[in-house]
Each structure stands twice: as structure tokens, then as C-alpha cells.
Write a protein that binds this ligand. Structure first.
Ligand SMILES: Nc1ncnc2c1ncn2[C@@H]1O[C@H](COP(=O)(O)OP(=O)(O)O)[C@@H](O)[C@H]1O
Ligand SMILES: [Mg+2]
Length: 364
């Protein structure tokens, strides 16, 4: 067990060098009164690394928005402690909270733009509130609109902009006070898949270029897979699993993670096949196996070899190569006769190639 120890040391050293941007310590948030309390966030311990894009994923009602609103003091926690870049949020007075909110930008699902203001004036708003003069505001807003690709839309009103453009205005506004942390609450949930991708690319770009830590809340696995290096899974107000996105998504430990993943995996089984699966084989049945590949280059040659080495009668039922946090990850679902000879040849092939396998069941 030498290797894991070395790896763990390397990680803890890295964290010690750069203090985390956000730390949740046993944080609980209850709504309602004492007679009918409702616990929306339940004893959360979580660390958000400086400079990273961290995703928090969970179903609707899991407590994601509540959790993220505790970070900039839009909600008051019932107990526990939230630290943002070394500041104890619970200990801030009103002036302290205003200062914190200049350091922490936020974007929303429905953009929350002022319809009576142009794109320029929406981005300018936080700067007006901060008391900057017109020249200083102009010097700041122009480059921000350029950064989000909207320099030609400065004079447009929100009603004249597409959803993606509105979110770009939202992002520019969130960046106006040069925050070190950006909170994103379902920022792409109202957008079509293509626009979602372009907004995610923009978030990735500003994360890298501005050294901006991003904490993003979503119910969509695709969003986390695309840009988050770390992910925490929340269910009924509790963090049930967290870690590097690649590890959590390729080897999910908690049932909630598996359920969230099942809806997006490119290699999930069609319903008619899943419903016909049996746990035990009968004579003449075929075995269904899910194979997992790390690295895209292995995919093609291994698929071809699998068919020849097992001996011809192999069906490929589903397959996909996905990218998780920038790393390729392939899944293949295959079926072949569950006879001793074939099973032996397959087992030898898996052992030799180091493929990771999971028996899904048997079909007649
Ligand atoms: N202001 C509030 N008062 C009472 N209950 C609330 C309030 N805000 C949220 N809740 C409840 O807390 C739970 C978590 O809500 P929320 O944090 O919005 O979840 P999510 O963002 O994951 O959908 C939900 O059951 C919701 O109804
Ligand atoms: Mg929400």
C-alpha cells in the first residue's frame, strides 16, 4: 500500500499550500418555525478548492440553492460555520456582507437582469452601487462585455437578447466587482444544449484566465462532467459523496450518484433489455457484461480483439466514449453465450488487458 500513501501525501501538501476558497463546517439550515421545522441543509462538511471548478449536484429540492446562498449570506445558517477565503460569513455585519458580496459574484437560472436597463447598464449596476464614477464604470464594463462576446450588444435591452446572451450579460455583471469566487445556481438549466455548451466554455475560460474559483450548482450530470474537476452529490440536504469528478463518476459509491448517472450515461441499457434481465442463468442463456475502458485509444483495438478472442458470437448492445473532467472514459455493453468455454476465454482476456467488468445479468 505504498502508492496510495504517497498520493495522499501529495494531495494534502497541495491543499496546505493554497487555503481552500470555501469551507463548510457542519452547516445546517432549517426553514419554518419551531413547531414545523424543515431541514434543507443537514450537517454539511465540504471544502471548495481555490481556483477549481467544483460542482454540487442533486435532484430538485435536495438543498442546492440553499447551500449556495449560505456562501454569500443570502440565507442565514441555523448552525455550523461557512468560511469564504478565510472570512467567517456568520460573523459579518451588514457592511461586512456587502463587502463579501463584492468578492462573490452570482449567476442564476433565469438571469435576473433588469428589463428596463440595457446590457451595458445591467453590468454597470454593481459598480454604481459600489460608488464608481461614470468614467471608471465605462472603463470596466467595455472589456467585460468584450470578454463575454457581447461588445456589439451593449445598447440592447434584455428583451432583445437570446437566453445565452442574457446569461452572458449575467456573467459580465457577476464579474464587474472582480470577485474571487463565482456562484452559479443552475445557470444553464434554462438553455438549450448547444447554448449550454457555449456558456460552460465561457465559465471554463474565465476560471482559467481570471483565476476565478467557481462553485456551480446543477441537477445535470452533463454540466458537471463537462467542466467540474471536483463534485459533491447532495441528497436531502446531506453530502452523500464527493471527490474528483472522474473518480466519482467512474466509480460511484452512493445510490443517488448511480441514479443521477444512469440518466446520462451513453452506454445505458434500453428499457426492454433491462426489464428482461435475470440474475441467474438457465441453459442456453447469454451473459450481459459492461466493460469499462480508461483512455480513448484503447477502445477500438480492444473491441475488435474482444470479438475475435471470445470467438465470434458476441453482440455489442451499447457503447460510448465520454469525456469526464477532460479524461476519456469508455463503456461497452456486450452479450455472449454463458457457456464454460466462452466464459473462460472472456475471463482470460479481461485479466490480460486489465479491463474492468461488471456482470449485468442474463438473457434468454
Ligand atoms: N424560504 C424557504 N422556506 C421554506 N422552505 C424552503 C425555502 N427555500 C427552500 N425551501 C425548501 O428547502 C428544500 C431545498 O430547497 P432548495 O435549496 O431550493 O433545493 P434545490 O435548489 O436543490 O432544488 C426544498 O424542499 C424547499 O421547498
Ligand atoms: Mg435550486
Amino acid at each position: 500500500m505504498i502508492l496510495p500513501t504517497v498520493a495522499a501525501d501529495a494531495v494534502s501538501q497541495k491543499t496546505a499550500d493554497s487555503a481552500p476558497m470555501v469551507i463548510f463546517e457542519n452547516v445546517t439550515k432549517r426553514y419554518g418555525d419551531a413547531a414545523k421545522p424543515f431541514t434543507a441543509v443537514d450537517g454539511v462538511d465540504l471544502t471548495v478548492d481555490h481556483g477549481a471548478i467544483t460542482g454540487i449536484i442533486g435532484r430538485s429540492g435536495a438543498g442546492k440553492s440553499t447551500l449556495v446562498r449560505l456562501v454569500n449570506g443570502l440565507e442565514k445558517m441555523t448552525s455550523g460555520k461557512v468560511m469564504v477565503d478565510g472570512t467567517d460569513v456568520g460573523g459579518l455585519n451588514d457592511a461586512g456582507l456587502r463587502g463579501l458580496r463584492r468578492q462573490v459574484g452570482m449567476i442564476f437560472q433565469h438571469f435576473n437582469l433588469l428589463s428596463s436597463r440595457t446590457a451595458f447598464d445591467n453590468v454597470a449596476l454593481p459598480l454604481e452601487i459600489a460608488g464608481l464614477d461614470r468614467a471608471a464604470i465605462r472603463a470596466k464594463v467595455g472589456p467585460l462585455l468584450e470578454l463575454v462576446g457581447l461588445d456589439d450588444k451593449a445598447a440592447r435591452y434584455p428583451s432583445e437578447l437570446s437566453g445565452g446572451q442574457k446569461q452572458r450579460v449575467g456573467i459580465a455583471r457577476a464579474l464587474a466587482t472582480s470577485p474571487k469566487l463565482l456562484l452559479s445556481d443552475e445557470a444553464t438549466s434554462a438553455l438549450d444544449p448547444e447554448t449550454t455548451q457555449s456558456i460552460l466554455s465561457l465559465l471554463k475560460q474565465i476560471n482559467a484566465e481570471l483565476d476565478l474559483t467557481v462553485l456551480l450548482i446543477t441537477h445535470e450530470m452533463e454540466v458537471v462532467k463537462a467542466i467540474a474537476s471536483h463534485v459533491a452529490v447532495i441528497d436531502q440536504g446531506r453530502i452523500v459523496e464527493d471527490g474528483p469528478t472522474f473518480d466519482v463518476f467512474t466509480a460511484p459509491k452512493h445510490e443517488t450518484t448511480r441514479i443521477l448517472l444512469a440518466s446520462t450515461s451513453g452506454a445505458s441499457l434500453p428499457e426492454w433489455l433491462r426489464s428482461g434481465l435475470k440474475a441467474e442463468p438457465s441453459a442456453g442463456d447469454r451473459i450481459l457484461v459492461r466493460l469499462t475502458f480508461f483512455g480513448a485509444t484503447a477502445f477500438q483495438p480492444l473491441t475488435a480483439r474482444l470479438v475475435t478472442e471470445i470467438g465470434g458470437d458476441v453482440n455489442i448492445l451499447a457503447g460510448a466514449i465520454e469525456e469526464i473532467a477532460g479524461e476519456p472514459f469508455g463503456t461497452l455493453v456486450v452479450a455472449y453465450p454463458a457457456t464454460p468455454g466462452v466464459l473462460d476465454r472472456a475471463a482470460r482476456f479481461y485479466a490480460e488487458t486489465g479491463l474492468s467488468t461488471e456482470v449485468l445479468g442474463y438473457v434468454a
